[in-house]
Design a protein. Structure first.
Length: 351
């Protein structure tokens, strides 16, 4: 009997799964046809009819389908789709579902509100920043950013500043969704440092993420402020972000402070300093870069070799220089050979 029950359970599961798949495929086909009529013939009636018929069990399938449109279309076509969703009962249902007990439904709804980019859903997204689930909070941040609501930035930064399990890279990724328009308000927050959110006297990952964003967009207006932070902080996480960003901005006024970090005890900071020296084309630092070819850290050695290669440094002459006789340079030589081989292979591929 147990085997029979198990067999029936498996069969029932397969039947149910097949039914759900068939239902989803039928919905997809109906949506495809209806959207085509709206886009080509400018007739929203068919899609309105389908939207009015969608219930909770179809919502995830609908969001999966419509997300393809919302992430790939722009201009009038995008506005048409958003408008027809906004005017249907689904928009309110999406807003209400941001507090659903069903975690999947909650995440899907938050995600979709971000794709729709309608200010009318911002209060629901802001409320989701206080959700006990970290995945919901991160989804809410991403969706708020996608709406482009810069007025909510300070609230978003406050929320992110409380996250202890999120990396600096992930924080930067969240802020990236706002787009380049985020730079002026981020700089304003940076200038208010130590008041509330931005704290450079700690290993503050959010501060590092803010500086990384300004560097990513090469927002030169922030260079002086970032340079000021570099000179006053002793926190490696923030130092690394400052050096990275100032290098990307090619801010030559910070050259001395960047070069000073070639001797940092932190290997990640040394790597960032090497990359920044290359960006600044500080050819007077080739002597220091040569020393770093024998660094204990592989990433430091590798990036020093890459920088020297980009500066057209004569590796063969260096490797066979009499002044190096008797020195232990096996790490340096292996790194040089690795980079030269890598560059040679890349050149052959391009040819």
């Amino acid at each position: 009997m147990l085997i029979t029950a198990l067999f029936c359970y498996i069969i029932a599961g397969k039947v149910l799964s097949g039914y759900r798949e068939a239902r989803k495929n039928k919905l997809y086909q109906n949506l495809e046809d209806a959207f085509l009529v709206m886009m080509v013939e400018n007739d929203p009636a068919p899609i309105k009819k389908i939207l009015d018929s969608i219930r909770s069990r179809d919502l995830e399938s609908f969001i999966e389908f419509v997300s393809v449109y919302l992430t790939n279309l722009k201009g009038d076509d995008f506005d048409k789709i958003v408008d027809v969703i906004y005017r249907s009962h689904l928009f309110k249902y999406l807003c209400d579902s941001t507090v659903s007990s069903d975690i999947d439904l909650k995440l899907y709804s938050i995600y979709c509100l971000g794709l729709i980019k309608k200010p009318a859903g911002i209060d629901n997204l802001l409320a989701a920043l206080d959700d006990p689930n970290i995945f919901v909070r991160m989804a809410a941040v991403a969706s708020i950013a996608q709406t482009g609501c810069l007025e909510a930035l300070e609230r978003v930064l406050e929320s992110l500043s409380k996250e202890k399990l999120v990396t600096s890279y992930k924080l930067s990724e969240m802020l990236w969704f706002f787009g380049e328009e985020i730079c002026p308000p981020l700089l304003a927050e940076l200038k208010k440092r130590d008041e509330k959110i931005i704290k450079i006297d700690e290993e503050d990952l959010l501060t590092a993420a803010v500086i990384d964003m300004l560097g990513h967009y090469k927002y030169f207006e922030a260079a002086e402020e970032i340079h000021s932070i570099l000179k006053e902080t002793r926190r490696n996480t923030i130092i690394k972000s400052c050096v990275d960003s100032l290098g990307k901005m090619v801010y030559s006024d910070a050259a001395d402070d960047i070069i000073r970090n070639l001797d940092s005890p932190d290997s990640e900071v040394r790597v960032s300093a090497v990359k920044a020296v290359l960006e600044l084309r500080a050819d007077d630092q080739t002597g220091k870069l040569k020393q770093m070819l024998n660094d204990l850290d592989w990433n430091v050695r590798y990036n020093a070799a890459l920088a020297l290669h980009e500066m057209n440094f004569d590796f063969p002459s260096y490797m066979f220089s009499p002044e190096l006789a008797g020195q232990e340079l096996s790490r340096a030589f292996r790194t040089i050979v690795h980079v030269l081989t890598e560059k040679s292979a890349a050149m052959q591929e391009n040819n």
